[in-house]
Design a protein around this ligand. Structure first.
Ligand code: 5GP
Length: 187
């Protein structure tokens, strides 16, 4: 069965998680792909729900056995989309939504050309810093790294993504995301 693949990307701190959570609550025909990562678990996160938290050894093992659709090193940690997540969506007859960095998104587009890429854009760059600081658990070096990558990510988003949603008003951005995910329904 053919399912639609949506990929949501955007710079760290742009509010992707909250937007996705809000919209997916309303759409039960879309399966959220849980990625694997070697980064440490943050307060409030759940293994198997936010990510599959793996050791570097476990992650490498999965690379060797070809279990990833794509994987990338992002901010010094490994992140990857498991083929088994796509299989789960397919078996459930649902579309799938992946939340990936921009390189991962382009990788998926290469492998699945009909994948729909959605970029979440900050209204102003300064806001990313404020949002990241609000998370509270972020180290200064990590924050600087995430912020320094944002301009390049935005360039890629503008050039290569199918949809760009500016997360200025959260409610409006959530509506736009919902519209894009529903538009797929009618095709
Ligand atoms: P965070 O550590 O803030 O949860 O995520 C850091 C970055 O990794 C974000 O840009 C997020 O979209 C990206 N990311 C999460 N999962 C994956 C994945 O499976 N593959 C790739 N390429 N990037 C991912």
């Amino acid at each position: 069965m053919k399912i639609r693949v949506f990929v949501v990307s955007g710079p760290s701190g742009v509010g992707k998680d909250s937007l996705i959570r809000k919209v997916l609550d309303k759409l039960d025909n879309i399966y959220y792909s849980v990625s694997a990562t070697t980064r440490s678990i943050r307060p409030g996160e759940k293994n198997g729900c936010d990510y599959y938290f793996l050791s570097s050894g476990e992650f490498q093992q999965k690379i060797s056995s070809g279990e990833f659709l794509e994987w990338k090193e992002v901010f010094g940690c490994m992140y990857g989309t498991l083929k088994s997540e796509v299989e789960k969506a397919r078996r459930a007859g649902k579309d799938i939504l992946l939340e990936l960095d921009v390189k991962g998104a382009l990788d998926v587009k290469e492998k699945i050309p009909e994948a729909i890429l959605i970029f979440i854009m900050p209204p102003v760059l300064k806001e990313l810093e404020e949002r990241l600081r609000k998370r509270g658990d972020i180290k200064e070096r990590d924050l600087e790294e995430r912020l320094s990558l944002a301009p390049l990510e935005i360039e890629v988003g503008k050039a290569d993504f199918d949809y760009i949603i500016v997360n200025d008003s959260f409610e409006i951005a959530a509506c736009e995301l919902e519209k894009v995910l529903r538009r797929g329904d009618e095709e």
